[in-house]
Ligand binder design. Structure first.
Ligand SMILES: Nc1ncnc2c1ncn2[C@@H]1O[C@H](COP(=O)(O)OP(=O)(O)OP(=O)(O)O)[C@@H](O)[C@H]1O
Length: 831
C-alpha cells in the first residue's frame, strides 16, 4: 500500500477523460449533452421500475410481520421496540405515549401474533391501548379499507366507556385511514344505519350493536378480524348474557378475540361462549400482593343508616377543594342526593332550584313559597296547601275520577312529590253508607264511562296538568298519553284544537301525534319533550323500544280512548308491553262512547295503586289512602299522603322539599306516623320502613327526616354533578366532559361510572353504599389512583355488611383498613 502510495505521490494526476477519450473540460458542451441524455434514460428506467404504493406497504408489512416472532416483552422499553407501523408509532408519539405499561408490554406481542388474549391488570394500568394498538396493526396488516367494512369490534358495557375508548382511538389512530364509529344508544339509529356498513372499527355497547345486527340490512360482521371485549367480565355476566350470545352468533369463528378487565373472568363456560382458541392469559398483577394500585390508600368506615347522609355531606364539606366521585347503588339515590346537595344555599333564604328548571317554574314556585311563608303552619296551612297543590279544577277532576286522584307537584325534572289524595266526597259518603268498595268502584267507573264526553276527557287531562302547575318546559317528558285507534286520532286532535288549544298555548304544554306512517326519526327527536302524546298503540311501543331518550316513567295520566277496542285481543300484547313501561302510580281513564257496558278487565296491567281505577283492587287501595283524611285535618292528610309517596318524591330537593320538610316537622314521627304508612308496609310488620331505595336497604322515616335536615343545612359550595342511567345521553356526555375538565367537583354516580372511565386526577372515591361484590369495589376505587397517580377511597358500610364485605375484599386481596376516623362528622339533624 505504502509503495503504491509513495509511487503516486511524485506523479502528476492524469486529466479525466470521457469514454471516447475526449477531455470533458475541453468538450464541455458535448459532455453535458451526453450526461443529460444518460440521466433522463436512467430516470425513466427508474420510473418504470417504481413499485405501486400498496406493494411498498406490503413489503413494509412483511418486514414487520417477520419481526413478530422475535418480540420479547422484557426488551420492549419504548413503543418503537415493537414492530409497529409508522402510522401507529406516530399516533402514539403525538398522543405523548412513549413507554408501554406492563399490560401493554405483555399483551401486544401475543396480540400481534394473532393469538386470543385474556388480559387482566389493575385499574388505570393502560388496558385500552393494550388492545387498541394490536387492533390498528391488525387492520393495517390486512390493508383494510372502507370498502372492506367492519374489521374490528370493541364492545364496552357502558356508553361512557365506549365514548372514551373512541376518543383514545381517535388520538392514537389518526394517521391511519380506517373509519371508526361510536355505536351506542341515545343517538340517531337511522344515521348510524347509513354509515355503519362502511365503518372499519365499531366501538359499541352490546344492545345497540345487536339492534343494528337485527335491523340494519346492509350491516354485516362476517369479515370481522378482531373482537375486543373491554371490561369483559361485566359484559360476560348475566345482565348482558343473551345479548352477547346473539351478537357472537353473527361473528365469524375465525376472528381474533381479546378480553380485557381489571377483574378478569376465568370461567371456562364464558370462554367457550366466545369460542376462544387456545387463549394467552396475561395476568399482569397476579403475583402482586394487592389487586388494587399500590398508590391507592383505602379505608372503610362503619356507620348507621341514618348517619350516612350526614357523613356524606360532612365528607363533601371537608373536601371542597378535591375532585371526588361518590358511588351510589341506584339512579334514584343519585338523583335524590344530587339534588339534595345541589341545594347549596338551602338555608332557607334562597330558593334552591336546579339549573335545568324552567324560568316559569322557578317563578311560580318562589311566588308560591312567599305566599306560604306568610302563613303560620297549622290548620291554616291546610288551605294554603290545598290551594297550591289541589286547585279547584283538579279537585273536580279528582271527584270525577271518583276513586283516585293523583296530584303531583312537579319540579323541572318532573320527579318530585306526589300526593295521593283520597277519594272525593262522593266516595266517602258512599262508603259511609256501607257499600262495598268493589261495587262502588265498578259502578262509578261505569258511570264515568257512560257520562264523560271526549271533550271532558281532554279538559280533564289539561286541568290535571294545570292544577299541578306543571309548565311544559323544554325537555319535560310525557305526562299524558292518550291512546286511540288510528281512525280516531284526527278527530281527537281536532277536538283538542277546538276545545283546548287555547289552554295548551297558554300553559305551553307540548303535544304530539305519534302514529304510524310518519317519519320515525323526526318523532324520535321530539317525543321526549312532548308533554301530551296522542298515539296508536303500535307506534308508541315502537318508540318505547327504539327511542332511547323516550321514557314514560313520570307519566301522570293514561287515557284509553275507545277503551274497549284497545283492550280487546287485537291490541292485547302491545298494550301489555306498553303498560309494563308505565308507572303504576299514574292515573288511568278509560273512555268508550259506544260499548261502555262491555268494557273488559283488559290485559294484565301493572299492579299497584292507581293502575286501573275500574278494578276493585285499585279502589280498595284508594280507600285505604283516604282513611288518612279521617284522622287528621286536611293539611296533614295531604302531607301524610304526600309523605307516603315520598318513596318517589324524596329524591328531589327543590322549593317543595323545604316546604314539605316544615310540614314534616309537625308530624310525630315515631308515634302516629304508622298510620300514614302504606297498608302493605304495615302488614309487613316493619312499621318503620318508609321506603326502599333498593331491595334490602330500608330507609326509615327518621332517616328521611334527617336527610331533609341535611339538605336544608348543606352549603357545599362545590360543583356537584350526577351521572346515572336515567339521564339523557346528551346530558351524560356533558356531565362526563364536565367532570373530566373540572379541578374540583363531586360526581354522584351509579355503577355506570364504575368501570373504565378515566377521569384525570380524582383524589377520593367514596362508596356510599356497599358494592355488590368485591369486583365492583375494585372497579369503583379504580377511578382514582390511575396510572401512577395517588388517590384515596372510603367505603361506607352498615354494621350488618361489615363482616361479609371485609372478608370478600380480603379474599380478593384488597388492602382495606378500618378508617382512622379523621372525618369530622357534623350532626346536621341537631342543627
Ligand atoms: N403507555 C402509556 N403511557 C402513559 N400513559 C398511559 C399509557 N397507557 C395508558 N396511559 C394512561 O393511563 C390512564 C389509564 O389508562 P386506561 O384507561 O387504558 O386504563 P385501564 O387499565 O383500561 O383502566 P380500567 O381498568 O379502569 O378500565 C389513561 O389516562 C391513559 O392515558
Amino acid at each position: 500500500m505504502e509503495k503504491k502510495g509513495s509511487k503516486s505521490l511524485g506523479k502528476k494526476p492524469k486529466p479525466a477523460r470521457m469514454k471516447d477519450g475526449t477531455d470533458p473540460v475541453k468538450n464541455f458542451e458535448k459532455w453535458k449533452k451526453k450526461y443529460n441524455k444518460t440521466k433522463a434514460r436512467v430516470k425513466s428506467e427508474r420510473r418504470r421500475e417504481k413499485k405501486p404504493e400498496w406493494q411498498v406497504e406490503k413489503e413494509q408489512i412483511d418486514r414487520l410481520v417477520s419481526r413478530y416472532a422475535d418480540i420479547n416483552p422484557k426488551d420492549a422499553v419504548k413503543f418503537s421496540d415493537f414492530p409497529l407501523s409508522k402510522k401507529t408509532l406516530l399516533g402514539l408519539q403525538e398522543a405523548q405515549y412513549r413507554q408501554p405499561t406492563e399490560i401493554q408490554r405483555q399483551t401486544i406481542g401475543f396480540a400481534l401474533r394473532g393469538k386470543d388474549v385474556l388480559g387482566a391488570a389493575k385499574t388505570g394500568s393502560g388496558k385500552t391501548l393494550a388492545f387498541l394498538i394490536p387492533m390498528l396493526e391488525c387492520l393495517y396488516r390486512h390493508q383494510w379499507s372502507s370498502m372492506d367494512g367492519l374489521g374490528a369490534l370493541i364492545i364496552s358495557p357502558t356508553r361512557e366507556l365506549a365514548y372514551q375508548t373512541f376518543e383514545v382511538l381517535r388520538k392514537v389512530g389518526k394517521n391511519h385511514e380506517f373509519s371508526a364509529g361510536l355505536v351506542i344508544g341515545g343517538k340517531d339509529l337511522k344515521t348510524e344505519s347509513e354509515r355503519i356498513h362502511q365503518t372499519n372499527i365499531v366501538i359499541c355497547t352490546p344492545g345497540r350493536l345487536l339492534q343494528h345486527m337485527d335491523q340494519t340490512a346492509c350491516f354485516t360482521a362476517s369479515d370481522l378480524l378482531m373482537l375486543v371485549l373491554d371490561e369483559a367480565d361485566r359484559i360476560l355476566d348475566l345482565g348482558f348474557s343473551d345479548t352477547l350470545n346473539a351478537i357472537v352468533e353473527n361473528l365469524p369463528p375465525s376472528r381474533q378475540t381479546l378480553l380485557f378487565s381489571a377483574t378478569q373472568t376465568r370461567s371456562v363456560k364464558d370462554l367457550a361462549r366466545l369460542s376462544l382458541r387456545d387463549p394467552e392469559y396475561v395476568w399482569v398483577h397476579e403475583k402482586a400482593r394487592f389487586s388494587t394500585p399500590a398508590t391507592l390508600e383505602q379505608n372503610y368506615t362503619v356507620c348507621e343508616l341514618q348517619h350516612k347522609v350526614n357523613l356524606l355531606f360532612s365528607f363533601i364539606r371537608s373536601h371542597l377543594k378535591k375532585k371526588v366521585i361518590v358511588f351510589f347503588a341506584c339512579c334514584k339515590e343519585v338523583q335524590y342526593l344530587f339534588r339534595a346537595s345541589a341545594a347549596s344555599d338551602a338555608g332557607g333564604s334562597r330558593p334552591c332550584f336546579h339549573a335545568e328548571e324552567s324560568e316559569g317554574y322557578r317563578r311560580a314556585w318562589s311566588e308560591g313559597d312567599r305566599k306560604l311563608r306568610r302563613d303560620e303552619f297549622g290548620v291554616r296551612d291546610a288551605g294554603a296547601i290545598g290551594r297550591t297543590l289541589l286547585t279547584p279544577r283538579t279537585k273536580r277532576a279528582a271527584r270525577i275520577e271518583c276513586k283516585l286522584s293523583e296530584v303531583v307537584l312537579e319540579d323541572a325534572e318532573t320527579r318530585n312529590i306526589q300526593i295521593r289524595a283520597g277519594d272525593g266526597e262522593n266516595g266517602r259518603s258512599r262508603r259511609r253508607d256501607g257499600e262495598n268498595s268493589k261495587e262502588v268502584g265498578s259502578r262509578r267507573a261505569e258511570h264515568l264511562l257512560q257520562s264523560r264526553s271526549e271533550k271532558e276527557q281532554w279538559s280533564n287531562a289539561i286541568q290535571l296538568l294545570q292544577g299541578q302547575e306543571k309548565v311544559g318546559e323544554r325537555g319535560a317528558p310525557s305526562t299524558t298519553i292518550t291512546m286511540s285507534e288510528a281512525s280516531e286520532i284526527k278527530n281527537t286532535l281536532k277536538r283538542t284544537e277546538t276545545s283546548s288549544c287555547a289552554d295548551l298555548g297558554k300553559l305551553q304544554f307540548s303535544a304530539g301525534l305519534v302514529i304510524g306512517g310518519k317519519d320515525l326519526k323526526t318523532e324520535s327527536e321530539r317525543i321526549h319533550q312532548t308533554n301530551i302524546v296522542i298515539c296508536t298503540p303500535g307506534r308508541l311501543l315502537q318508540h318505547m323500544d327504539q327511542t332511547a331518550c323516550f321514557t314514560a316513567s313520570d307519566l301522570l295520566m293514561l287515557v284509553l280512548d275507545e277503551a274497549d277496542r284497545i283492550l280487546d285481543l287485537g291490541f292485547s300484547d302491545t298494550l301489555n308491553a306498553i303498560v309494563e313501561n308505565l308507572p303504576p302510580s299514574r292515573q288511568t281513564l278509560l273512555f268508550s262512547a259506544t260499548q261502555t257496558r262491555s268494557v273488559k278487565p283488559g290485559p294484565a296491567q301493572s299492579e299497584g295503586p292507581g293502575a286501573r281505577f275500574s278494578t276493585p283492587a285499585t279502589l280498595e287501595q284508594n280507600y285505604t289512602v283516604c282513611e288518612l283524611q279521617h284522622k287528621v285535618n286536611l293539611l296533614f292528610s295531604f302531607i301524610r299522603s304526600h309523605l307516603k309517596k315520598k318513596v318517589i318524591v324524596f329524591f328531589a330537593c327543590c322549593k317543595e322539599v323545604q316546604y314539605l320538610f316544615r310540614a314534616l316537622l309537625r308530624v310525630d314521627l315515631e308515634g302516629s306516623f304508622e298510620s300514614v304508612l302504606p297498608p302493605q308496609t304495615r302488614r309487613s310488620s316493619d312499621s318503620k320502613v318508609f321506603c326502599r331505595l333498593r331491595p334490602g336497604v330500608p330507609l326509615t322515616l327518621k332517616c328521611v327526616c334527617v336527610l331533609f335536615q341535611s339538605v336544608l343545612r348543606l352549603r357545599p359550595g362545590v360543583p356537584v354533578l350526577a351521572l346515572h342511567g336515567k339521564q339523557q345521553q346528551m346530558k351524560r356526555v356533558e356531565v362526563y366532559n364536565d367532570f373530566v375538565r373540572k379541578q374540583n367537583a363531586v360526581l354522584f354516580a351509579t355503577d355506570i361510572a364504575a368501570r373504565g372511565l378515566d377521569f384525570p386526577a380524582v383524589n377520593w372515591v367514596l362508596q356510599f353504599d356497599c358494592p355488590e361484590d368485591a369486583d365492583t369495589y375494585i372497579h369503583r376505587v379504580g377511578r382514582t389512583a390511575r396510572y401512577k397517580e395517588g388517590g384515596e377511597a372510603l367505603l361506607l358500610l352498615l354494621p350488618s355488611e361489615e363482616k361479609n364485605m371485609v372478608q370478600l375484599l380480603q379474599d380478593k386481596k384488597v388492602p382495606i383498613n378500618t378508617s382512622r376516623s379523621e372525618l369530622r362528622v357534623c350532626d346536621f339533624s341537631k342543627l
